[in-house]
Design a protein around this ligand. Sequence first.
Ligand code: ADP
Ligand code: ADP
Length: 218
Amino acid sequence: MAVYIVLLGPPGAGKGTQAKVISEKIKLPHISSGELFRENLKAQTELGKLVQGYIKRGELVPDEITIGMVKERLEREDCKEGALLDGFPRTRAQAEALAQMLAQKGETVDAVPYIAVPPKVLIERLSGRWSCRAQGHVYHEVYNPSKIRGVCDVDGSDLYQREDDRAETVENRINIYFEQTSSLIDYYRSRNLLLEVDGTKPIEEVSREIFLSLEKVV
Ligand code: ADP
Ligand code: ADP
């Protein structure tokens, strides 16, 4: 049986940060819908051109496009033992599509760690976030600085501040999370899959809590 884990939480909760640690430890590929979109933006693919306006405004990309992109990614060879999903699903329709695509392979979502962080903290996190151009490693200028300013510790590439991490877009993204995504907390809780962790703790402590909560599935 393959293992599918969905990381849930608002923008800035620490999903990407934790996904990098967990995926290395449990040897499952980290699939970030945001990263997939950004790769398409960088390469100026048809998909990239189609989605750039939504991302720039901090709105959700329409379900049909997002579901198609993630489905294709999950069908690749490296996902045959499962995957760690970060940033997908973000709507009820996406959650149902995910359940359906896994059911076709006789699989299900196994666990949903939910990284809980209040809105005030999110704004501070996103406005201080620096991301690596090559592989999306994430840093924070105060809470998790890179060793050399502006350079990724892991792969030496440049660090940059995402355009959608600007104050006016951040507020929009957080509002959209509460309107369209936060209902997935109840969706997964009612299926006994939700594992809530306190995301306000330091990065290593959050990792520890997530690992403890995942003991039964990996
Ligand atoms: P998400 O993928 O959920 O949007 P990220 O993993 O990109 O979140 O983290 C958002 C920002 O917060 C980054 O700058 C990251 O370094 C920082 N961060 C992540 N987890 C913590 C934590 N537990 N405490 C303090 N800062 C954190
Ligand atoms: P964050 O790390 O702050 O949670 P992401 O990198 O996951 O942000 O996503 C960046 C942007 O990409 C989102 O604001 C949205 O425009 C788009 N996006 C990512 N995942 C999805 C999704 N599952 N559904 C719709 N849009 C998405």
